[in-house]
Design a protein around this ligand. Structure first.
Ligand code: GTB
Length: 221
């Protein structure tokens, strides 16, 4: 069954791999599934054809035969459940890996998104100089906790899993802020993720589409 995902026709990051199709590409590469990409323009996100796939008018989406999914957590989980390579066989270890996926998406990503919005969308507001440090400190608080938990380990719970794929993907979004580098073990953790051949292939594929294209002006989370 062929797999088709959607991605931005022009990612606003110009190919840094920060848009969320990268984590889906990475998961597909980890489990060795070939896929095709349908590129979507910003106006097309809110056209009926795309809204039938993604009710919130976003990328990425995932189609496989009659199945259509949205939300990267759901897509990565779907791939991890159906193919070996992203979830351990042991039932308890599997549950813990899934827990880390949820933690990445529900506990770590929201504070990082707040920071992205504060740095980019809200930067010209009169109150931005007061708000930004507060938002940055909330990120630091989460990173301190995560950094303490990870310690000197390579991955969050033994072998690399979908939990690490999601957590590293979420943390990558921090790189432009410089905050990640305040936590050397987390920066090294993300670098380990990026060094994986599957990530390299995923990054190269989105780079091939986005590099050298002028950034689209649209604001997006
Ligand atoms: N919770 C959803 C998921 O995980 O799938 C969130 C999906 C989402 O936010 N998609 C964004 C989108 O389609 C693209 S990834 N936005 C269009 C819209 O909402 O109108 C977010 C993103 C975009 C750009 C950068 N960048 O340029 O650095 C980084 C991340």
């Amino acid at each position: 069954m062929s797999i088709v995902i959607t991605a931005f026709e022009r990612s606003p990051d110009g190919g840094q791999g920060l848009a969320r199709d990268t984590r889906v590409r990475w998961a597909l590469e980890e489990v060795g599934q070939p896929y095709q990409v349908r590129l979507v323009s910003f106006p097309a996100l809110n056209e009926p054809a795309h809204l039938r796939l993604h009710p919130f008018g976003q990328i990425p989406t995932y189609e496989e035969g009659g199945l259509a999914l949205f939300e990267t957590g759901s897509i990565v989980f779907h791939l991890a459940e159906r193919h070996p390579g992203l979830l351990p066989d042991d039932a308890d270890a599997r549950a813990r890996a899934i827990t880390w996926m949820f933690a990445a998406l529900n506990t770590v990503e929201p504070v990082i998104l707040d920071l992205v919005i504060a740095r980019i969308v809200e930067r010209d507001k009169s109150w931005a100089p007061e708000r930004l440090p507060l938002v940055a400190d909330r990120v630091r608080q989460r990173l301190t906790q995560l950094s303490t938990y990870l310690g000197e380990a390579d991955w969050l719970d033994g072998a690399f899993s979908a939990g690490d794929l999601m957590m590293a993907s979420v943390l990558l979004r921090l790189r432009p802020s410089g905050l990640l580098d305040e936590f050397p073990n987390l920066a090294a953790y993300v670098a380990r993720g990026e060094a994986r051949p599957a990530y390299q292939r995923a990054f190269a594929a989105q780079w091939a589409i986005n590099a050298a294209k002028p950034a689209a002006g649209s604001s997006t989370r």
